[in-house]
Ligand binder design. Structure first.
Ligand code: IVH
Length: 711
């Protein structure tokens, strides 16, 4: 691929946009489908940013299948429904090789002369989705629903990284006019565990298994949440398909299931791992055993093998029962469950202070792996499962090494079982624990809790905090392990002579470390310090908001929930977390020591908004449609006049500036009663004409210029 912008006579924006979209999709496929990237993440990001900038400047080049859309969009109110053009059937199940034999015999009775060869692929444990491509472009995606009608999840599916937004065709090759691809949306096991861990640390919902996580992630009304989840789409079949030039259907194009799958793969779709042709029923039986043995090694959860008659003509002849195809069988693996005794429950304190109950089990073999512990996630989970200490419980491994307590075997109770009382204090430091509204987790909010400490200090020095150069995780771990640092405040008391005694640390590097810490103290902004404290829910963005509103940590510490929730982007949950942080005595002690150490930044006073130069101070604007100037330029003008420019329409928007071909945002603004103006009206606002509060006396209707009357 060449970079045409180097060519003489650089291409117009439309050509460059098309080229960038092609490049990004190409590299996306190399990364997510082939697992073989050609460029670095930074190079990819640079291309993406260039495309984002061009799309901002040229809204007329908008395309729902642009790779920039993979980040998701504003929430929707509900999912529309749409009928599948061909019903999405279920599968008949078999649970053993005897079931397989019986099924094959039935097949032989139906088709005595056929030579039986099969396509075998793993039965992926996720949820079924149909993605529809028209002339090569993704136009819709539907869940299976009841098999007849599914929910339209197109925006969410566009965020699925390994799903091509445009089919990959050879140069000069016409894409199919219509291609309905069926497959499973899944989450890889490793991604599932990382997601659950993050959910647990955030106090959010933990998912019982990858399938629930995949389903929960796909059915989000806000596609930005879906975009943040590691979903994958693996294709296993085709619905309707049509090519130009005669009625070329799937059955005319491909002779076998295997050929169809190969073509899907060629068109850029991901397919299940280890799928392949089996020449006989016996070969399927062997493959079933192989697959069962390999189950733990596969990156995705599978719960069986699906054997499909490979010959598509034979599939067509066999047809369907009311529920399932006669040409396929899902051969399930035996469940991996065992009974054992839950001996005790202990509490672990994690990185963010979350208390996690862990079940200690009498060791038991589950599918060949000895299980002795399993997380119970949180207090609500213990209650929901209804387990008591001393219970006989059912334990399962849902396809990999991480075990799960399914629930108690109630009939095995003796009366000696006891309810687990979830502690109200941290088992490590004895501080009272808090459970914030909307969270399932109890949390130790004491930053000096030894268990929380180490990670807290790592965060404190990291880029997200004070960004102390040359002091990384390794050094912090060493310092904590040797008892030299127990709190972020101790960092400022470190002396080169003492540091130099440490392993792998010379005099010079010890001096460098101390100098770096001193420099960071001098340079620290209030914003950086607030972020460094690691207050729950207070990331860099909220820290910026807080630093703009309070002069120092004293002022912030005095703020009430009402003061805090009056600020942009701060809701009751975040305000509660901030209050809890400042109430904690250990945290108060830490702040006292930081002040003594000279780390006490005071926010620079904000420039007073001069009403003459900032006619839009405190106003929120949204641009839509094609404006006579670049979008970025209009935005800069608005911001210079004190306005906040947002990208989603809501009641909080004071003015919608609508250019040519404004679409859904304009409709929505009118529904919400948001004032609407065109570009000329916007210029009038900048000059302070018609800039009174919308809705107030002399509101939009009374303003000058060409403000539109929306009533
Ligand atoms: S073929 C006409 N192949 O299993 C039926 N299904 O129990 C076509 N599934 O709803 C289905 N992996 O979501 C097929 N390799 C695979 C599969 C698979 C998982 C799911 C699919 C279906 C369910 C039926």
């Amino acid at each position: 691929m060449t970079d045409a912008s180097d060519a003489p006579g650089a291409p117009g924006p439309a050509a460059r946009v098309a080229e960038l979209r092609g490049l990004l999709e190409y590299h996306n496929h190399r990364y997510y489908v082939l697992d073989d990237p050609e460029i670095t993440d930074a190079q990819y990001d640079a291309l993406l940013r260039e495309l984002q900038a061009l799309e901002r400047e040229h809204p007329e080049l908008d395309d729902p299948n642009s790779p920039t859309r993979r980040v998701g969009g504003a929430p929707r109110e509900g999912f529309e429904k749409r009928a599948h053009s061909l019903g999405m059937f279920s599968l008949d199940n078999g649970f053993s090789l005897d079931d397989w034999q019986a099924w094959v015999e039935r097949l032989r009775r139906l088709e005595p002369d056929a030579e039986l060869a099969f396509w075998a692929d793993p039965k992926m444990d996720g949820l079924a989705v149909e993605v529809i491509y028209e002339n090569g472009a993704l136009t819709a995606a539907l869940t299976r629903g009841d098999g007849e009608t599914g929910e339209v999840v197109t925006a969410n599916m566009r965020t699925v990284r390994n799903l091509p937004l445009t089919l990959r065709t050879a140069p000069g090759e016409a894409p199919p006019e219509l291609l309905e691809v069926r497959g499973e949306v899944v989450i890889a096991k490793a991604d599932f565990h990382a997601l659950n861990q993050a959910q647990e640390e955030e106090g959010g919902k933990v998912f019982a298994n990858p399938r629930n996580a995949a389903a929960g992630s796909l059915r989000q009304l806000d596609s930005r949440i879906t975009a943040a989840r590691p979903l994958r789409f693996l294709a296993y079949g085709v619905g309707l398909a049509r090519w130009a030039g005669g009625a070329r259907s799937a059955f005319e194009r491909w002779a076998t299931q295997g050929e169809a799958m190969a073509e899907l793969e060629r068109l850029g779709l991901g397919v299940p791992p280890r799928a392949g042709r089996c020449e006989s029923p016996e070969a399927v039986a062997a493959r079933y055993e192989e697959m069962a043995a390999a189950r733990d090694e596969l990156p995705f959860e599978i719960d069986g093998l699906v054997a499909k008659v490979d010959d598509l003509a034979l599939q067509q002849a066999l047809g369907f029962t009311a529920r399932a195809p006669r040409w396929a069988l899902a051969l399930k693996f035996p469940p991996r469950q065992a009974r054992t005794v839950l001996e005790t429950i202990e509490i672990q304190v994690g990185r963010t202070g979350v208390l996690t109950p862990v079940a200690y089990l009498r060791p038991v073999s589950v599918g060949g792996v000895t299980v002795a512990r399993a997380t119970l996630h949180n207090e609500d989970e213990i209650r929901a499962k209804g387990v008591l200490v001393g219970d006989t419980v059912l334990v399962q491994r849902a396809g990999d090494v991480i075990p799960e307590v399914v629930g108690p075997v109630v009939e095995a109770r003796t009366g000696a079982e006891r309810e687990f009382v979830f502690p109200r204090e941290c088992p490590v430091c004895r501080s009272a624990v808090v459970r914030l509204e909307g969270e399932v987790a109890w949390r130790c909010v004491n930053v000096s809790c030894p268990a929380v400490l180490r990670q807290g200090i790592v965060h404190f020095v990291s880029k997200a905090g004070l960004d102390i150069q040359g002091v990384g995780r390794k050094l912090v771990e060493q310092l904590v392990a040797q008892g030299m640092v127990q709190s972020p405040a101790d960092l400022f008391a470190l002396r080169p002579g003492v540091l130099a005694q440490m392993e792998r640390m010379g005099v010079k590097s010890a001096e460098n470390v101390v100098a770096a810490i001193a420099r960071a103290r001098e340079a620290a902004s209030l914003e950086a310090l607030i972020a460094a404290l690691g207050i729950r829910h207070v990331g860099e963005r909220t820290a910026r908001t807080l630093a703009a509103a309070f002069t120092d940590l004293d002022a912030l510490g005095r703020a009430t929930v009402e003061d805090l929730t009056a600020l942009d982007d701060i809701g009751p949950e975040v305000a509660g977390a901030i209050r809890a942080f400042f109430r904690n005595e250990n945290n108060q002690r830490l702040l006292g020591r930081l002040r003594e150490a000279g780390l006490w930044p005071v926010a620079a006073p904000r420039p007073e908004a001069d009403p003459a130069s900032q006619p839009l101070a405190g106003r929120t604007l949204l641009f839509t449609g094609a404006l006579p100037v670049a979008r970025g330029q209009a935005q800069a003008l608005a911001e210079a006049a004190g306005a906040r420019v947002v990208s989603a329409i809501s009641k909080k928007v004071d003015w919608l500036v609508a250019g040519e071909k404004a679409g859904s945002k304009l409709d929505k603004a009118q529904t919400l009663g948001v004032a609407v103006t065109d570009y000329a009206g916007f210029l009038a606002l900048l000059e302070g004409r018609g800039a009174q509060a919308p809705g107030g006396a002399g509101g939009p209707g009374a303003a000058q210029g060409s403000l539109l009357d929306i009533s």
